[in-house]
Design a protein around this ligand. Structure first.
Ligand code: IMP
Ligand code: MG
Length: 188
């Protein structure tokens, strides 16, 4: 399959590879400047969408971090997150007294990340903050403090750089707007 054909699910490229790289460098700098003492910092990535973002982010941070992951299902393969999120796989790090940074690919309604934040708060970390590669502020349905977002975008369905449509397109090097026909058809 040629590159052109393989990318043909996308109406347009919204954020290029170059812009993503630059955005993540800035985010790593923000982390360096925010966490300046020696308390343990735990980055918790929400699988699977966080993978490219967290991978590139950690290699640009200039302090020790502990990496952990969780699987939270909220999406059920549909375009809009619905219902109550469910913790499918939990972290195995003891986070009591530690600084926690939740790492998301995209925050839309905010239900998913808010649920995870409240869930983690019960374990008495020293702090919990949230970083997301993408923020769709128009979609917000809960009161949420998103501490850092690399890019703010309009309310369109996006794929690439971790973001999927029915588990596909996560490996695109850019972030693009999914073609309307594909959502109408319901498949890639
Ligand atoms: P929220 O709970 O509505 O904030 O949704 C968050 C989750 O929905 C994210 O972790 C993504 O998995 C998924 N999601 C939201 N918007 C998009 C999108 O435009 N493309 C792909 N996945 C999305
Ligand atoms: Mg996700």
């Amino acid at each position: 399959m040629g590159k052109k054909e393989y990318y043909s699910n996308v109406e347009k490229v919204l954020i290029t590879k170059k812009q993503i790289n630059k955005g993540i460098l800035k985010a790593a700098k923000w982390i360096d400047e925010k966490y300046t003492d020696n308390n343990d910092l735990v980055l918790i990535g929400l699988l699977k969408g966080c993978i490219p973002f967290v991978g590139q982010l950690v290699t640009n941070i200039n302090r020790n971090v502990i990496l952990d992951f969780m699987v939270v299902s909220s999406f059920k393969g549909k375009e809009k997150a619905q219902g109550k999120p469910e913790i499918v796989t939990d972290i195995n790090t003891d986070i009591k007294g530690k600084d926690i940074l939740l790492v998301e690919d995209i925050v839309d309604s905010g239900y998913t990340i808010k649920y995870v934040q409240e869930y983690m708060e019960k374990r008495k970390p020293r702090s919990i903050s949230i970083i997301s590669l993408i923020d769709k502020p128009e979609g917000r349905k809960v009161d949420l403090k998103l501490d850092y977002a690399c890019f703010k975008v309009p309310d369109k369905f996006l794929v690439g750089y971790g973001l999927d449509y029915k588990e596909k397109c996560r490996n695109y090097e850019f972030i693009g707007v999914l073609k309307k026909e594909i959502i109408e058809k319901g498949d890639i």
